[in-house]
Ligand binder design. Structure first.
Ligand SMILES: Nc1ncnc2c1ncn2[C@@H]1O[C@H](COP(=O)(O)OP(=O)(O)OP(=O)(O)O)[C@@H](O)[C@H]1O
Length: 336
């Protein structure tokens, strides 16, 4: 079931030096109770999309429909409910947490303002939330300030704050990219557990396909390139049989710990694309054609539409049959 229907979102920042919009006619559905992972390189519009979905940025054109209604047309009380129902967890919890507020004061105001529990139950609810996210539920910890917490503890606190309002959806924008690898996995595991226990949906934003495949099991993957969706579909299918060359190349470049495999993985096509990374996207043809290792003349003429390649799986490629299958070993690796 769709929680949000996103229709032809276009956004451009007035101060941007880029000719290209940050988002260009992005349409997709965000399902309830599941993960919709947005993946793509830096600058492709992931954060802008996340901010539009959470209502923090009003797009220049297009709509975000919630229960069939445009969120920017909602009456005040429904808008407040939407903002509570859709929480955001950001890349750098240090900048999103108020440095002057203790752990207790980070969690308390939201619980009171939105009357999540009766006033007298707020202290016990704070302790319950800390336990839920694996933080110390003791008085000394409650008095700590963000600068006295580790990176992992800060992100757990930011997650606790988001979950405290009992939202339907959390937009998680690169929530683990600033954490050490060992801590990263534990925070991802926490997010997975919370999702099933609390019946949450996530829009999970990342530039790292390795992280995306870890969190998006059973959900959907949306691949973006320069403000456009180039592929979207069920996570396992996008990973096993990518239908857009860009998705294929992102998957093929997932780093793996074994240096021998990592060497094998940097195939000729990945190296060729890396050499062309500075090329601006084509203005008229397929947006990926200037970097595509499988490009044909036709790709430089017109921009392909997102087209269904199998039920619920769409790709914007004129020649999806040219996208190779991932090598067997790598497939086993990326499907984990
Ligand atoms: N506040 C802003 N003012 C001007 N341009 C912006 C602003 N925020 C983003 N942009 C531009 O919009 C485009 C999309 O940026 P966005 O941050 O949404 O992408 P992203 O995929 O999340 O990248 P990153 O992972 O680096 O944050 C980029 O070209 C970026 O330079």
């Amino acid at each position: 079931m769709s929680l949000l229907e996103v229709s032809k979102l276009t956004h451009r920042y007035p101060s941007s030096s880029s000719e290209l919009p940050a988002l260009n006619e992005v349409s997709l559905a965000v399902d309830a109770d599941t993960v919709t992972a947005i993946v793509g390189e830096s600058g492709c519009g992931k954060t802008t999309l996340g901010r539009v979905l959470s209502g923090l940025v009003k797009p220049l054109a297009g709509q975000v429909l919630y229960d069939g209604r445009d969120i920017h047309q909602l009456p005040r009380t429904d808008w407040d409910a939407y903002r509570r129902n859709v929480q955001i967890a950001q890349q750098d919890p240090y900048s999103s947490l108020n440095p002057g507020l203790s752990v207790r004061e980070t969690l308390r105001p939201g619980l009171l303002r939105h009357r999540i529990v009766p006033r007298h139950q707020v202290p016990s609810e704070i302790l319950r939330l800390l336990e839920l996210v694996g933080l110390d539920a003791d008085p000394r910890f409650l008095r700590r300030f963000p600068h006295q917490l580790s990176g992992g503890q800060r992100q757990r606190l930011a997650i606790a704050r988001a979950v405290s309002l009992r939202p339907q959806l959390i937009v998680a924008d690169e929530p683990t990219s600033m954490l050490d690898v060992s801590i990263r996995v534990s925070v991802l595991d926490l997010m997975k557990r919370l999702r099933t226990e609390q019946g949450l949906a996530y829009v999970f934003i990342s530039h790292d396909f390795g992280v995306v495949r870890y969190i998006a099991t059973g959900g959907r993957i949306v691949v973006m390139f320069f403000g456009e969706v180039v592929e979207e579909g069920p996570a396992e299918e996008v990973i096993r049989r990518p239908q857009h060359p860009y998705s294929y190349l992102l998957l093929e470049s997932i780093p793996v710990p074994d240096p021998r495999t990592a060497r094998q993985r940097r195939s000729a096509s990945v190296r060729a694309v890396e050499e062309r990374v500075e090329q601006p996207p084509s203005a008229t043809g397929c947006i990926f054609s200037n970097r595509c290792p499988f490009v044909e003349d036709a790709c430089r003429v017109a921009r392909p539409e997102l087209t269904e390649v199998s039920p619920g799986h769409r790709a914007a490629c004129l020649f999806p049959e040219r996208v190779p299958q991932l090598p067997q070993g790598l497939q086993a690796d990326v499907t984990g």
